[in-house]
Design a protein around this ligand. Structure first.
Ligand code: NAI
Length: 491
């Protein structure tokens, strides 16, 4: 029973790069090659500035690169030399044709399968790491089988990745579980055993779970659907809190103490982002629709709808509070990444909020510690479709104080730790009054900000603001009237 000596990976993105770096770190005797058809990305992986920011990643790449970890554009060589071959290419939501806006676009996965079928020599274990619809492994296997020459034998495994951006290295080093799905046959079991032997170098055997391919594929979609569902559930509650004077933080604390529920992922916010949650739920919805299960499809679709509602509510509240007009006003967007400790902006709530404010004529000053200026511009151009507006009205700042200077409001879109330790008295001094903070992540000390003089608005909680202690603002108090409006405490 030969040990694995060469592992390859097609797709050097947020998943392929960090995953292979950790395999290389933990398996010094395995040669790990990561390839990508995008030469810019490979160039970055081979440079001092990696294309992906993850705490701990730089150190691992520095240690292993050129030793047993290699980044290359040579897809053919990677396929030919690897015994175990991961596919971790992107599987975005389809933007055209049948299933548009819902189904996963599998063209990248399929083209990789065809490339493998064309150039592979000898036996290979092909590992589907990308998140895919149920039965995709079967399609890969069918393509490989239809094209293989007689010497080649393939086994296709499903091995979905559960890492979360921002904590990818920690998640990879110490995962809750490794999931491997395979064919229920002696060859299938052997392939599962081979892949397990790689993970067993650093992961306890009882955390490696194996099952049939379809369960494995479906489990990944369901795990993301459950996680997103918790966020939408607490966000839906946050709207009730804002309308009643309850505090969503307190409600989450009380609810999360139930051991059947647990405290994690109960943090209300401006809404979830990231490349995966929405895409994977929509994919699940599409599968349910295809299987003629419309009630189930509807159930999961509502998780996405509440998320849209939450982003929209927050964006509208900013305009309402700023006296119903932001036209020509400078607004500081604090954080543009979809969560802290990543530079990834895919589906970030900040993009939606920014686009809404631009449409209302605001001038934006964007600050994020890890997102490059041209990424901000690209995202806003894509979403608004008005590059000239973006050019004229958006300034990307390299310093949080610079972004805040002269702004009518600070809008916290990402929960970066640095935002908790800024000198808010200094920031307040440089802002027109009343100076607003919209804390979309509930990370700031609202009492302290209020004492400085800020008007503070946050998710799922009414903060007693300076203006609200004036008689003129008495309608903001707890009455059934404004509760019915349900949107904000500014009207
Ligand atoms: P990504 O877009 O960062 O990386 C994918 C890479 O594959 C790109 O660099 C692209 O150039 C390359 N590629 C596409 N077709 C290729 C081909 N034919 N030959 C060579 N390279 C090719 O995507 P990311 O975020 O790494 O996601 C990959 C998969 O993993 C997706 O299915 C995603 O749903 C899943 N996933 C993502 C997680 C995340 O946090 N980003 C977490 C868990 C799963």
């Amino acid at each position: 029973d030969a040990m694995v000596t060469r592992v390859g990976c097609i797709g050097a993105g947020y998943v392929g790069g960090p995953t292979c770096a950790v395999i290389a770190l933990k398996c010094p005797d395995i040669r790990v090659t990561v390839c990508d058809m995008n030469p810019t990305r490979i160039g970055q992986w081979n440079s001092d500035k990696l294309p992906v920011f993850e705490p701990g990643l730089d150190e691992i790449v520095q240690k292993c690169r050129g030793v047993n970890l290699f980044f290359t554009t040579d897809v053919v060589a990677t396929i030919q030399e690897s015994e175990v071959l991961f596919i971790s290419v992107n599987t975005p939501t389809k933007t055209y044709g049948h299933g548009k806006g819902r189904a996963a676009n599998l063209k990248y996965v399929e083209s990789v399968a065809r490339e493998i079928a064309k150039v592979a020599r000898g036996n290979k274990i092909v590992v589907e790491k990308s998140t895919v619809p149920v039965k995709s492994a079967q399609s890969i296997a069918d393509i490989l089988k239809a094209n293989r020459n007689s010497q080649n034998k393939f086994q296709v495994l499903s091995n979905p990745e559960f890492l979360a951006e921002g904590t990818a290295i920690e998640d990879l080093l110490n995962p809750d579980r490794i999931l491997i799905g395979g064919e229920d046959s002696p060859d299938g079991w052997k392939a599962i055993e081979t892949l397990s032997s790689v993970y067993k170098r650093w992961i306890p055997a009882d955390r490696i779970i194996t099952m049939n391919t379809w369960s494995s594929e479906l489990s990944k979609l369901v795990a993301n659907a459950f996680l997103a569902q918790r966020i939408s559930a607490i966000n839906a509650v946050s709207a009730v809190c804002e309308a009643t004077g309850a505090d969503v933080g307190q409600v989450a604390l009380a609810v999360g103490k139930d051991s059947r529920i647990g405290p994690r992922f109960l943090q209300a916010s401006v809404g979830f982002g990231g490349s995966c949650f929405q895409k994977d739920i929509l994919n699940l919805v599409y599968i349910c629709e295809s299987l003629n299960l419309p009630e189930v499809a509807e159930f999961w679709l509502n998780v996405v709808s509440i998320n849209d509602y939450q982003k929209q509510r927050f964006a509208k509240r900013i305009v309402n509070c700023l006296f119903n007009t932001v036209s020509g006003k400078r607004i500081a967007i604090m954080g543009f990444a979809f969560k802290k400790n990543t530079g990834d902006t895919r589906e970030s709530a900040a993009i939606y909020v920014s686009a809404h404010l631009l449409e209302e004529g605001a001038r934006l000053a964007v600050y994020d510690p890890k997102v490059e200026a041209d990424q901000v511009t690209r995202d806003l151009n894509n979403v608004t479709g008005t590059p000239d507006v973006v050019r004229d009205q958006v300034e990307v700042c390299s310093d949080p104080y610079e972004a805040a200077r002269g702004a009518h409001a600070l809008v916290i879109c990402t929960e970066w730790d640095v935002f908790q330790t800024l000198d808010y008295a200094r920031i307040f001094a440089g802002m027109p009054k009343p100076a607003y903070v919209f804390d979309g992540r509930k990370i700031l000390d609202h009492e302290k900000l209020t004492k400085i003089g800020f008007e503070v608005e946050t998710i799922g909680k009414r903060v007693r603001n300076v203006s609200q202690s004036h008689p003129a603002a008495i309608t903001n108090g707890a009455g059934s009237g404004d509760g019915a409006a349900g949107l904000n405490s500014c009207e």
